[in-house]
Design a protein around this ligand. Structure first.
Ligand code: FAD
Length: 405
């Protein structure tokens, strides 16, 4: 099954490579590729078979992501979000009705949007201000999210908000499934896309600001992990560990694709009467690039196979953080060195290297910055809590007393 999916991804490679420049230059979403992904069964591979997916493992998916990322970073991002992150959270914690509702939408080509980040809550995600106020059988959501990947093209949204009970008391941070599909006339009142960022890379993917004004969501669409709202945010964020493995795999795949271009060029281009490949200064770069790529792939596969504590269905947090950190930083260097090997030609747009260089820069920022991942890894290695707010240690102590009592 895995090999069939990887073979299909490889077959689509030249088609996606030929279209990649178009999405970048025109800043348009890769709709043509989505149709191909649906035909190939690559959207929603991780959805269980009984719901129409393949029940594929995260490791299976990473192999597919790498192949696609080699040729089109944008499309690889779609594959990650159609198999990991939001949809994984629904499949792990959703009610049967929620799973049955979401699965066909993703299988038909949707890339769900995860809505966490706010103008005043980036790395400090738990400081989000968006609220979901319980009102009878509904929740009423108010707030603004920005940098939401797919905002304006995604149909499914997993919106994170501070949950307030009927009486206004805080219950914790929860996720809410919101379906938007203007072409089918599904336009929830109070949900608006305010605009999109103009990004340096990944230009075909909308990164949008979403505003919620008294957006009414049926209580049946609240995604509540078994631990409830109070501790549920940690469970929901665990689902994000799969997305981190996916994001790291894209970065590694882009680097692998750039490296393939560079290896070819080193044998084609001659200077001083010899192919570039014969210069030791470049050979040592090749050796370093190959070694770094190999290490990143091993770490990502290890993380994809791992499972966090307490029977988690998701990759181990530290392994996922470590793999994404290493892969994202490695990829920037490997893509840059690949571009370097092309000389001026790499800097121009007749080769895809300049696009890959712009695309790959994102992966040390989105989905947990390099600094935040280092903090997580250090906390885990040292076995200590690492609160970052000024009064963080005091707050952590109060919280732990509350939990004990
Ligand atoms: P800030 O948190 O303001 O950080 C600024 C700088 O300070 C960074 O270098 C950071 O590492 C550093 N920093 C912050 N805190 C610390 C600390 N404690 N110690 C050391 N350094 C620190 N969000 C979503 O919810 N959904 C999405 O779909 C989504 N997609 C994205 C797509 C792209 C292309 C990008 C760029 C971002 C996306 N994001 C998304 C947002 C992303 O998750 C945030 O950008 C990220 O969490 C960082 O937040 P920030 O940009 O506000 O930076």
């Amino acid at each position: 099954m895995t090999h069939a999916a990887v073979a299909k991804a490889r077959k689509l490679g030249p088609v996606f490579a030929a279209r990649a420049r178009k999405w970048d230059v025109e800043r348009t979403y890769c709709w043509d590729n989505i149709a191909d992904l649906v035909d190939a069964g690559i959207m929603g591979m991780t959805i269980p078979e009984e719901l129409g997916g393949l029940g594929a493992s995260y490791l299976n998916v990473t192999e597919v992501i790498e192949e696609i990322a080699k040729v089109c970073t944008l499309t690889a991002r779609v594959v990650v979000e159609a198999n990991m992150g939001g949809i994984s959270a629904v499949m792990a914690y959703g009610t049967e009705a929620q799973k049955a509702f979401c699965a066909p939408i993703v299988l038909a080509g949707d890339k769900p949007a995860i809505c966490i980040t706010e103008p005043n809550a980036g790395s400090a995600a738990t400081e989000m201000q968006t609220t979901a106020q319980r009102r009878g059988g509904t929740y009423v959501i108010n707030g603004t999210k920005h940098w939401i990947t797919g905002g304006g093209v995604s149909k499914l949204h997993l919106i994170f908000a501070r949950v307030l009970d009927d009486d206004g008391s805080g219950l914790g941070i929860g996720g809410f499934i919101v379906h938007v599909d203007p072409l089918a006339g599904i336009e929830p009142k109070g949900f608006s896309v305010l605009g999109r960022e103009r990004t340096m890379g990944l230009c075909g993917m909308p990164e949008a600001t979403l505003k919620f004004e008294d957006l009414v969501v049926d209580a049946a669409m609240a995604l509540i992990p078994p631990s409830g709202f109070k501790r549920g945010f940690a469970d929901l964020m665990n689902a994000y560990n799969s997305q981190r493995v996916g994001a790291g795999t894209i970065a590694m795949g882009v680097a692998a694709g750039a490296f393939e271009h560079a290896k070819r060029y080193l044998t084609e281009r001659q200077q001083f009467g010899r192919p570039l490949a014969e210069f030791q200064g470049l050979q040592w770069m090749v050796a370093d690039m190959d070694t770094q790529l190999h290490a990143a792939r091993l770490m990502l596969h290890e993380a994809a196979r791992s499972r966090g504590p307490n029977n988690s269905q998701f990759p181990d947090m530290t392994m996922a953080a470590r793999a994404k950190l290493f892969a994202s930083e490695m990829a920037i260097k490997v893509v840059s060195d690949s571009l370097q090997m092309f000389g001026a030609r790499g800097y121009g747009d007749q080769e895809p290297l300049e696009r890959m260089y712009r695309d790959v820069r994102m992966f040390t920022i989105g989905g947990g910055t390099g600094q935040v991942l280092r903090t997580q890894i250090a906390g885990s290695v040292l076995g200590i809590k690492t609160p970052q707010a000024r009064d963080g240690y005091a707050r952590a102590a109060t919280k732990s007393k509350e939990v004990k009592s």
